[in-house]
Design a protein around this ligand. Structure first.
Ligand code: SAH
Length: 228
């Protein structure tokens, strides 16, 4: 191949990763669980097929990175199971121009998937553990529609409020008051709520109040107050 070829062949690892992602997305697309009929949005599946999950999970082989399972990301935290990431992304009903807040950046993987879903929007994502935030910031660096903040997500991010969507990827015992306040009228707040028993709840703000809809049982790490 001439050295001037503008599009060199991808490294074999990237080919393998892409094949594993396609297989994972086929599996996600057949998910039909207790969360109601899953009429998958092509945009959600495309985002899942595009984001290289293996970059967000340190020290595992490619096949492990693309299993439909949660994985440790250090500091006692976990990256969610891909099917859960897809379900939560879909449950936000994004059209592409929303202003979104994510609490619990963790590895940055869910943030990258949301970034794909927001070509005309913006994501603010908050992480309380500085080391995780620094690693995610590096992985999200080229995504101009994502801003990462280190801090306590219980306070939300007032400077960028109100938000059209708020996604919690750690579980508080109840909806933090600041987050309810930073949600725009008509907006959706989605997250796991509870301590030992958790349910994924989708709230819609109507006439200043949060109307709730329980989507199903889930298990997330707790949303902890303050910063370490
Ligand atoms: N969305 C992540 C997974 C998150 S795990 C991903 O795609 O990898 C939950 C994360 O929430 C952890 O990194 C944890 O440190 C963070 N977290 C817990 N309580 C928090 C709080 N009050 N504010 C911000 N982040 C918090």
């Amino acid at each position: 191949m001439p050295s001037s070829d503008p599009s060199p062949a991808p490294a074999p690892d990237e080919d393998e990763a892409a094949a594993l992602r396609r297989a994972l997305v086929r599996r996600i697309a057949t998910f039909d669980g207790p969360w109601g009929d899953q009429d998958w949005s092509p945009a959600v599946l495309a985002a899942m097929e595009k984001v290289p999950r293996h970059r967000f999970v340190p020290d595992v082989t490619l096949p492990v990175a693309y299993r439909d399972e949660p994985l440790p990301i250090g500091h006692g935290q976990t990256i969610s199971q891909p099917t859960i990431v897809a379900l939560m992304t879909q449950a936000l009903h994004l059209e592409g121009s929303e202003r979104v807040l994510e609490v619990g950046t963790g590895s940055g993987y869910q943030a990258a998937v949301l970034s794909e879903m927001l070509p005309r929007g913006h994501l603010h994502t908050v992480e309380r553990i500085p080391e995780l935030g620094a690693r995610a910031r590096e992985l999200l660096r080229e995504r101009t529609n994502v801003t990462l903040h280190i801090g306590d997500g219980y306070a939300g991010h007032a400077a960028a409020a109100p938000f059209d969507r708020i996604l919690l990827t750690a579980a508080p015992p109840e909806v933090p008051a600041a987050l309810g306040a930073q949600l725009r009228e008509g907006g959706i707040l989605l997250g796991p709520i509870g301590r030992d028993q958790q349910v994924l709840v989708r709230y819609r703000k109507r006439a200043g109040r949060l109307e709730q809809e329980v989507l199903g049982a889930v298990r997330f790490v707790p949303m902890l107050p303050g910063t370490p």
